[in-house]
Design a protein around this ligand. Sequence first.
Ligand SMILES: Cc1ncc(C[n+]2csc(CCOP(=O)(O)OP(=O)(O)O)c2C)c(N)n1
Ligand code: SF4
Length: 300
Amino acid sequence: MKINALNLTEKEYLLPGNRTCPGCALSLAYRHILKALEGQAVVTVPASCLTVLHGMYPVTSVEVPCVNTPFASTAASATGLVAGLKALDRKGLTVVAIAGDGGTHDIGIQALSGAAERQTDFIYICYDNEGYMNTGNQRSSSTPLGAISGTTPILGKQQSQKDMTAIMEAHGIPYVATANASYPLDLYEKIRGAMLIQGTRFIHVFTPCPPGWRFPFNDTVRIGELAVQTGWVVLYEVEHAVFRLSSASKSIAQRGNLRPVREYLAEQGRFQNITEKQINELQERVNARWQRCLARTPDL
Ligand SMILES: Cc1ncc(C[n+]2csc(CCOP(=O)(O)OP(=O)(O)O)c2C)c(N)n1
Ligand code: SF4
């Protein structure tokens, strides 16, 4: 489905006055996710910055019903919601599970893998701020190599990131996509497209976090764009096993020039102690994934 800014509903489902930090990409992404769902959703959210954003009934700033689920159980909770709505014969509502990278890549992966294997009919959105931000920025399996965090304070993390999107694609589910809070129309379009598909759908949304990544809060959108321009994030979707590069990444592929990853790293205080060896390793990883994506895009 093609949309443009003029087609976006003016109705807001995320009201002003929530408790995210200034410049939080999660709140930007969530605003557009909720617009795409047009209120026809039940969301389930584990402990995270998103529960802080939601706040507590009756003073929540979000206009959709939400279950606050234990940390490991997001996809299990969604499975229960799907079964409950079916038992009540309630049609037209999409069950949406939304969790951070800690709640997805780490503690929630067994419930998510199980739900995907059972082909549960729901959308799972992982917003990735590359750490356990709500509890003070502990490292997760999505924290990048070389990044300083609360639990990797001096040298930075010594391991590389888990590729969660590839793991979910390997489940053979009907829809897997990457998105980025700096490209809200692309995100909106992917949610709308996913709503039309039956079965487990997984969308990974890149959400820069100013305090955790140590960059000025007014740079959030630019950092997200730089991630795409350097290939740190590749925007794509895989629908029924058909791979498509999304327009922002596709236009870079057509021009043939990714910017160097070090430009992206240099903008963030969390990489202040990264070594040359680690920068080279990250660049090689980005190059290898970029080549895999290009090889899956014969129609450039
Ligand atoms: C079983 C369990 N362990 C630990 C916690 C504490 N806890 C609450 S939120 C959170 C971090 C969540 O990280 P992530 O899922 O990446 O979301 P973010 O905070 O970054 O939005 C942790 C560790 C918890 N609530 N439950
Ligand atoms: S810590 Fe990061 S992800 Fe959490 S609310 Fe603040 S900016 Fe958003």
